[in-house]
Design a protein. Structure first.
Length: 429
């Protein structure tokens, strides 16, 4: 309780910041959920007509019926009031997620909340905060088959690409959780199709139609490859790449078990599998940082780099400047500040430990360096011809780096992790 009380000022400051930034946009995704929940409550069909322009206009509901049903209580409020409640719930979901993933200090929680994909996900009113929460619960309760499976089923049926988290259960031999997650997912989807306004066939056609339209517009590998190999072929790449990565994970991690790396790989595969990838999906990479035991200063660096990748929607130059200044101050405080008695030696110790990691296991082989050089040259060529694809290339590099971590040998020891971040407070399960 004392630790939670110490986090209260940081939580309130982060919540205030979330409200300010979210007010700069129109909560477009949440308004879609609100409209769908209202329609379902009144006995109407919340889904757009297949083949109509509404499928592609960004204002139509394309999620399972149970999601709209779950949000029905918010329709008792006005859209404006409900949107404010949604922002508060979203921020709370992020804060709980970071705690479950082991990021226990107040500055660390605030730093994670300053990453632009986190801000954008709340500005748009997306499901991402709750998907991250589902991922965090699946990790924290990974040894509880029912809880872990339920978390994967809820996250995976609301965004189907997150069913790739089943790979985590399979590669870590948690077969009971794997089977339960499949059963829960089938019950959620099947029950919704039986009693809801759309059947399985219609829902699949809806998703395929949306994917066909949006897959080459976002930050997925399809968007990068479409100018090179054509739209039709590019749409197939994410699924084939995800299947190949999943098979590689199964072959490697069943032989060399690692909960952390299997989990990171499953999350990365989910982002590789989705045919549609927007900046608001990228907070799902944060759990990979957490399970990799990244020190607080690394979290600050990741949040700072996110501002190079993209900036919050409609914030304006003044608010962007304030946010970046706040981020820099918090990052410096996290690195050098007095909230840890050992903080002043952390940087030097971290460099020493990271250098040891590089020497022991993390240096790519000559063949790997060759492939990295080829990939970098190809990306540079594509970016030179199509500069607008640069954010998509950067996002895919993050996914590939996560996969590389998942398939690398484990080099960190408990002693290393204590030196890297001695002030880390882990929540109880």
């Amino acid at each position: 309780m004392h630790r939670l009380a110490g986090l209260a000022p940081w939580f309130l400051a982060g919540l205030a910041f979330a409200f300010v930034m979210a007010s700069r946009d129109n909560q477009a995704d949440f308004l879609v959920f609100y409209k769908a929940a209202s329609a379902l409550t009144h006995g109407h069909n919340p889904y757009p007509q297949l083949g109509s322009p509404q499928v592609y206009d960004g204002s139509s509901y394309v999620y399972p019926a149970w999601v709209a049903a779950l949000l029905a209580p918010l329709t008792l409020l006005t859209p404006f009031a409900a949107a404010k409640v949604w922002v508060a719930l979203s921020f709370g979901a992020y804060a709980a997620s970071f705690r479950f993933m082991g990021m226990g200090s107040g500055p660390a929680l605030f730093l994670a909340g300053l990453a632009t994909p986190v801000i954008i996900s709340m500005q748009m009113g997306t499901l991402t905060p709750f998907l991250v929460l589902g991922v965090a619960v699946a990790w924290n309760w990974r040894d509880s088959p029912v809880v872990g499976a339920a978390a994967v089923a809820l996250a995976g049926t609301s965004k189907l690409y997150l069913l790739a988290l089943l790979v985590f259960f399979a590669t870590t031999r948690r077969y009971k959780a794997f089977l339960l997650a499949l059963a829960f997912s089938a019950a959620l989807l099947g029950g919704g199709f039986l009693i809801g306004p759309i059947g399985a066939g219609g829902y699949i056609r809806l998703l395929l139609s949306l994917s066909k339209h949006e897959s080459v517009q976002g930050w997925s590998s399809s968007a990068i490859l479409a100018p090179l190999i054509g739209v039709g072929a590019a749409r197939l790449v994410p699924q084939f790449a995800a299947v190949a990565a999943a098979l590689g994970m199964l072959a490697f991690r069943l032989r060399y078990p690692s909960d952390q790396r299997s989990f990171a790989g499953a999350v990365a595969i989910s982002l590789l599998a989705t045919p549609i990838l927007w900046s608001s999906y990228l907070p799902l990479l944060l759990p990979i940082l957490f399970v990799a035991d990244a020190p607080v200063w690394a979290l600050g660096a990741a949040a700072a780099l996110s501002w190079i990748l993209t900036t919050p929607d409609r914030a304006g130059a003044a608010l962007d400047a304030v946010s970046v200044t706040l981020l820099a101050a918090l990052a410096a405080f996290a690195l050098l500040g007095p909230f840890s008695s050992a903080r002043r030696v952390t940087l030097r110790a971290s460099i020493r430990v990271l250098a040891a990691r590089l020497r022991s296991a993390a240096v790519p082989s000559q063949r790997a360096w060759a492939w990295i050089a080829i990939l970098a040259a190809a990306e540079a060529a594509v970016a030179a011809i199509h500069p607008a694809l640069l954010p998509a290339i950067a996002a895919q590099d993050l996914v590939l780096a996560s996969l590389a971590y998942a398939l690398a040998p484990s080099a960190a020891t408990p002693a290393d992790l204590e030196v890297l971040d001695p002030a880390r407070n882990r929540p109880s399960a």
